[in-house]
Design a protein around this ligand. Sequence first.
Ligand code: HEC
Length: 136
Amino acid sequence: MSRRTVGLLLVIAVVVVSCGGTSRTPLLADGRILYTSNGCAACHGSAGEGGAGGPLADVVRTFPQCSEHVEWVELGSAGWVETKGDTYGSAGKPITGEMPSFSPRMTEKEIRTVAAYERVEFGRLEEETVRADCGV
Ligand code: HEC
C-alpha cells in the first residue's frame, strides 16, 4: 500500500468514526424513525428545537413521568382538553389545541418508544432510566 493510500484510508477511517459518534442505540434508532415518520419532527424540529409545536428540551419537566408523556401523545391537545382539562403538564401550560392525537395511528409501543426517544435525546435523561420508566 502506498503512503498516499494509507493516508486516504486514515481520512476515511476518521470520517467513519466521527459519523459513528452520533450512532444510536437500537431504541434511539427506532425512536428517531418514529419521530420523523409520524411528523413529530415537522412540528417540533428535527433536533427538538421547536416550530409549530414547542421545543422539547423541557419535556421532562413538563412530564416528570413517562406515563403522562405517553398519555399526552395518545390524546393530543383536543383529546386532552376533553378528558383532562385545558392545561397540561406539571407547569399547567395552556393548550392551543394543535397537537394531533396519535392513538390509534401509532401503537402504544410505538408511542412509548417515541416518548423514550424524546426524553433521552432532547430531555437528556439516561437511556437506562428512561427505558425502565417508559417500559421499552
Ligand atoms: C401539527 C403539529 C404537531 C405534530 C405533528 C406533533 N406535535 Fe407535539 N405539540 C404540538 C403543539 C402545538 C404542542 C403544544 C400543545 C398545545 O398548545 O396544544 C405540542 C406539544 C407536545 C409535547 C409537550 C412538550 C412540552 O414540554 O410542553 C410533546 C411531548 C409532544 N408535543 C410530542 C409530540 C410527538 C411525540 C409527536 C409525534 C408522534 C408530536 N408531538 C407531533 C404540535 C405538534
